[in-house]
Design a protein around this ligand. Structure first.
Ligand code: LLP
Length: 453
């Protein structure tokens, strides 16, 4: 390793979540950007734009980084789960399952996607602060672990699960009271959170569950937030969780699973400096080992639930550049053929992104532009200040780091159809999500008879 680097090893340096672009990014002889061996401008031409592109090699590399780090640093048993809210699809379910991951789901839609993607129920965990009876029953019938989030879950399950049937496999989510520095909308571990039981009510809940013959409490869950760059809060979390684990054991629950949630950040822009996957797992493992051995409790099965750090950097979005508006002395707007409906993160969380021209990624910066979406909303801006070579109508723009919370948070605002998505690998591209058509958006519209009379 070079001297004076902040990284301990190559594993830190090459962690996919620390790369702005997918790990297979390369230039062809004409200096055009390729990912997964596919020329991006060609993908845009063939599949149309906007287009989500998923690099299979980056996704698998992240899975392997998690899996290997768990093996390296945690001597007990462990299983990583993919938090599918980041991007739920059949192909993602298949790939992560193939890489030995389970899946965390939060709705009927995510649950059937995981099941149909081939993930066994026993490797699925259902979250949610307001699960429907249908979701609870579907989870129970498929052997999915249900995360009890509140008293409503307990009351509904008590009523739904037949007396003569096996108990539900459960985890219990609590709010650990840990603050971390991330956008307030994606913080979850602090006391004023809608998720999970409060620490002060846990004893009473454990006692109540002990008397419930429909319940088998296997473990505990906590999640402190998302896009987190600090490691300290995760260390603190292990201590709080070990105390609660001990309490559950003392109150007669043979808990064995410790689910520490997700939250590891990624590099969206150069100034972001997230820890590597390896470092994150190392810190969590040693914190859990310390907290459990100092309390003389045998090591739990360690579960983590990464979403963003698995898929965000594996994905890019391709747009075509269109209208240009120059306001002298102020700014130049370049508009793309998508925007807040395919990527609502900038307008929701003021998130920053990196981008370049697909066919001139290394070109000298000749102007600073603002990349605007095509929606009727002034705030529909994807990137505020982007330095680019001069571009022309129809050039393809690549926005990086869009593999997580883009497609899954997309909408049809302004009745704009959702983009198609492709997966790329070794020079091949395959469609994994069909482009919606404007007619699809009328599928559920109804015009009552009296309006056509
Ligand atoms: N586990 C639970 C219980 C969660 O609530 C979440 C994320 C995760 C795991 C995965 O967290 P990750 O590893 O992705 O940070 N839409 C926001 C992010 C919301 C995160 C919600 N929960 C965004 O676009 O930044």
């Amino acid at each position: 390793m070079a001297k004076n680097t902040p990284y301990e090893s190559d594993r830190d340096l090459f962690s996919p979540n620390r790369n702005i672009s997918p790990i297979t990014s390369e230039l062809d002889k004409q200096g055009r950007l390729m990912i997964g061996g596919c020329l991006l401008s060609k993908l845009a031409e063939g599949y149309g734009t906007p287009l989500y592109v998923l690099d299979e090699a980056s996704l698998r590399a992240s899975c392997i980084a998690y899996r290997d780090a768990l093996k390296r640093y945690y001597p007990g048993s462990s299983i990583p789960l993919y938090a599918s809210k980041a991007n739920s699809s059949l192909v993602l379910s298949k790939i992560v399952a193939d890489e030995g991951f389970g899946i965390d789901v939060v709705s009927e839609g995510e649950l059937i996607t995981a099941l149909r993607g081939g993930v066994p129920g026993a490797k699925i965990v259902l979250h949610g602060n307001n699960k429907s009876d249908k979701e609870l029953l579907m989870a129970y019938e498929n052997g999915v672990t249900i995360v009890l989030d509140n008293h409503h879950d307990i009351n509904r399950l008590a009523e739904l699960i037949p007396q003569d049937k096996p108990p539900a496999e459960l985890m219990l989510r609590f709010t650990p009271g840990i603050e971390c520095h991330t956008h307030e909308y994606i913080r979850t571990g602090h006391i004023d959170s809608k998720f999970g039981f409060g620490l002060e009510e846990l004893q009473e809940v454990f006692i109540k569950l002990k008397e419930a013959n429909w319940a088998r409490l296997n473990g505990l869950h906590a999640h402190i937030g998302s896009q987190i760059f600090e490691l300290e809060p995760h260390r603190d979390l292990a201590i709080v969780m070990a105390d609660v684990f001990q309490m559950a054991r003392k109150l007669g629950h043979p808990v064995k699973d410790l689910n520490v949630g997700g939250g590891l950040g990624i590099r969206y822009v150069k100034s972001d400096d997230p820890p590597a996957i390896d470092s994150w797992i190392k810190v969590i493992s040693s914190a859990v080992i310390d907290a459990f051995t100092s309390r003389s409790i045998d090591l739990p099965r360690l579960i983590c639930e990464p979403g963003r750090s698995l898929v965000a950097s594996a994905g890019v979005t391709l747009y075509k550049l269109g209208a240009r508006k120059h306001i002298p002395g102020l700014r130049t707007y370049l508009s793309v053929d998508g925007g807040m409906s395919d990527n609502p993160r900038p307008i929701t969380y003021q998130s920053l992104y990196s981008a370049c021209l697909a066919d001139c990624p290394m070109g000298l910066a000749e102007e600073t532009v603002t990349i605007a979406g095509k929606h009727c909303e002034s705030g529909d801006v994807l990137l505020k200040e982007l330095s680019l070579p001069y571009s022309k109508n129809g050039d393809v723009l690549v926005v990086f780091g869009t593999g997580a919370y883009n497609f899954s948070m997309s909408s049809n605002y302004n009745r704009i159809p959702r983009p198609a998505a492709v997966i790329v690998k070794d020079g091949e591209s395959e469609l994994i999500q069909q482009r919606e058509q404007p007619e699809d958006l009328l599928r559920y519209d109804l015009l009552p008879d009296r309006f056509s009379r």
